[in-house]
Design a protein around this ligand. Structure first.
Ligand SMILES: Cc1ncc(COP(=O)(O)O)c(C=O)c1O
Length: 416
C-alpha cells in the first residue's frame, strides 16, 4: 500500500494522472465560459422532449455540460482503475470541490464533509452524537423521514428519546417567521438536546426562518441545531455565517444539478470534536483531527465527486440571486393562477420570504395520488402527490429552465 502510494506520489504516473484530470476539468471550464450567458433554458439539459418535468424537488436535472464532464471523468478513470481509484492525484481536486461546496454555504472548508446525501448526515448524527438516557431529539411533522428516521432507529439502541410535534400545516399560507419560531420554541423542554428542522420542507415548501429559529433555540438551551438543507442548496441563497446552526446537510442531486449519490454537510468545528464517525476504514489515521474522518468509507465515487465540482461551478455562474428571482416568478404566476381557479386550492406560503421553489396545490374533491397518476399516464407531466395530516395535494417544483408550456400543460390537464 505504502509502496504504491509512494510510487504515485513521486513517480511519472502521478504527474500524468494529475495532468489528465486537470485537462478534463479545464475542458469543462472552457465549455462553460463559451456557453451563452444568463439562465440556460431547457435545451441545456437532457430532458426527454415528451416529458413535462415539474418535480425538481424530488430529483434534479443535470446540465449537458456537467453530464459530459461526468462521462469524461468516468472514462479517464476506467483507463486505469487502480491508478485512478486509489492514488494521490485525487487529493487536491477533491479538496477544491470541498472549497466550492463550503463557499456555497458561507462556511470554512475544514467544516465541510462530502457525503452521499442528506440522509447519511442525519444517520451520522444519530449514531455519533454523545446522547443517552435523559436526552431528547425534537422535530416537527414537517421533517422528512431522512432527517427523522435515523433518530427513531437509534433511540432504543442509545437510550435517548425522540419527540415529533404536529405542525399546523393547514395554517401554512398565513404563517409569519415569528409564528414559525414560536411554534418550535414552545415545544423545547429542559431535556431537549437536539432540534432538527428543514430549511425548506418537502411537503408545502415552507422556508423556515433559519437564523432566527436557531438563535432562539440556542437561547432556550438546545445544544445541537441540525438543519435539513436537502431542498435549498442552489435553490435559494444559503449563508450559515454568523448563525447558530451546527449542522447543515444537503443533497446536491436536486437543485445543484449534480450526479445522484452525492451529499454535502457542514459540521461546526466544536461539534466535530464530540462526534463519533459512523463508519471507518483505512483512512482514519491520516484523517485524525480533521473533518475528513467522517467521509472515510472506503472506495469512493471519485468521478462523481469531481463532477460535483463541475455542477457547483455551473451554479456559481448562474448566481443564487438570479436563480431565486426565476423561482419567484414561477411561484407568483402559478399561485395567482391557482387562487383564481375555484377548483384548485393553494396550501403553501403566500409571502415569498417564507416560500420556495416547491409548493402544493389541491385539486378539490380529487385524490392527489390518482390525479398524479393521470397526469403522467395521459400527459407525461411529473408532479409529486403528497399527504400530510389529511391534506392532499400535488407538489409542483419547477426549476429556472422550466418552459412556460410545461406549466400551461399542467393547468390545462387539471381543467384550469
Ligand atoms: C427536505 C428533504 N430532506 C431530506 C431528503 C432526503 O434526501 P436524500 O434521499 O438525498 O438523502 C429529501 C428528499 O427528497 C427532502 O426533500
Amino acid at each position: 500500500m505504502t509502496g504504491r502510494r509512494e510510487f504515485l506520489k513521486t513517480g511519472a504516473g502521478a504527474a500524468a494522472a494529475l495532468a489528465t484530470l486537470a485537462s478534463v476539468r479545464q475542458r469543462f471550464l472552457d465549455d462553460l465560459a463559451a456557453a451563452s450567458p444568463g439562465l440556460p433554458d431547457r435545451s441545456a439539459y437532457l430532458l426527454d422532449p415528451q416529458v413535462r418535468y415539474l418535480n425538481h424537488g424530488s430529483i434534479g436535472t443535470i446540465p449537458r455540460l456537467v453530464h459530459e464532464a461526468h462521462v469524461r471523468y468516468l472514462r479517464v478513470c476506467e483507463t486505469n482503475p487502480w491508478l485512478y481509484m486509489w492514488s494521490e492525484p485525487w487529493v487536491e481536486p477533491i479538496e477544491e470541490v470541498r472549497r466550492r461546496a463550503s463557499s456555497l454555504m458561507g462556511v470554512g472548508a475544514e467544516d465541510m464533509v462530502l457525503t452521499h446525501n442528506t440522509t447519511e448526515a442525519f444517520n451520522l448524527l444519530a449514531h455519533g452524537l454523545p446522547l443517552g438516557p435523559g436526552d431528547e431529539v425534537l422535530y416537527s411533522s414537517l421533517n422528512h423521514p431522512g432527517a427523522s428516521n435515523p433518530w427513531t432507529h437509534m433511540a432504543p439502541v442509545r437510550g435517548f428519546s425522540v419527540r415529533e410535534f404536529q405542525f399546523p400545516v393547514e395554517e401554512t399560507p398565513g404563517l409569519s417567521p415569528d409564528d414559525v419560531v414560536a411554534l418550535h420554541i414552545r415545544e423545547i423542554r429542559p431535556e431537549t438536546r437536539v432540534l432538527v428542522f428543514p430549511h425548506v420542507d418537502n411537503l408545502v415548501g415552507l422556508r423556515h426562518p433559519m437564523a432566527a429559529l436557531a438563535r432562539a433555540a440556542r437561547r432556550a438551551g438546545v445544544e445541537v441545531i441540525a438543519v435539513d438543507g436537502a431542498q435549498t442548496l442552489s435553490m435559494i441563497p444559503v449563508d450559515l455565517g454568523g448563525t447558530e446552526v451546527d449542522v447543515y446537510a444537503g443533497s446536491p442531486h436536486k437543485w445543484v444539478q449534480a450526479p445522484k449519490g452525492l451529499g454535502v454537510a457542514y459540521l461546526r468545528g466544536t461539534l466535530q470534536e464530540r462526534l463519533h464517525p459512523m463508519w471507518v476504514s483505512s483512512g482514519q489515521p491520516a484523517a485524525r483531527g480533521s473533518v475528513r474522518r467522517f467521509e472515510d468509507y472506503g472506495t469512493r465515487n471519485r468521478p462523481e465527486v469531481l463532477t460535483l465540482g463541475s455542477a457547483l461551478a455551473f451554479q456559481e455562474r448562474m448566481g443564487p440571486a438570479t436563480k431565486e428571482a426565476a423561482h419567484r416568478r414561477h411561484w407568483q404566476e402559478i399561485r395567482e393562477r391557482v387562487e383564481a381557479t375555484p377548483e384548485l386550492r393553494w396550501h403553501s406560503p403566500t409571502d415569498w420570504g417564507m416560500a420556495a421553489a416547491l409548493y402544493t396545490v389541491e385539486v378539490r374533491g380529487r385524490s392527489a395520488f390518482q390525479v398524479a397518476d393521470e397526469l403522467w399516464d395521459r400527459h407525461r407531466i411529473t408532479v409529486r402527490p403528497i399527504r400530510i395530516h389529511g391534506t392532499e395535494g400535488l407538489r409542483l417544483s419547477p426549476n429556472h429552465h422550466t418552459d412556460p408550456a410545461e406549466v400551461e400543460a399542467f393547468f390545462r390537464a387539471v381543467g384550469a
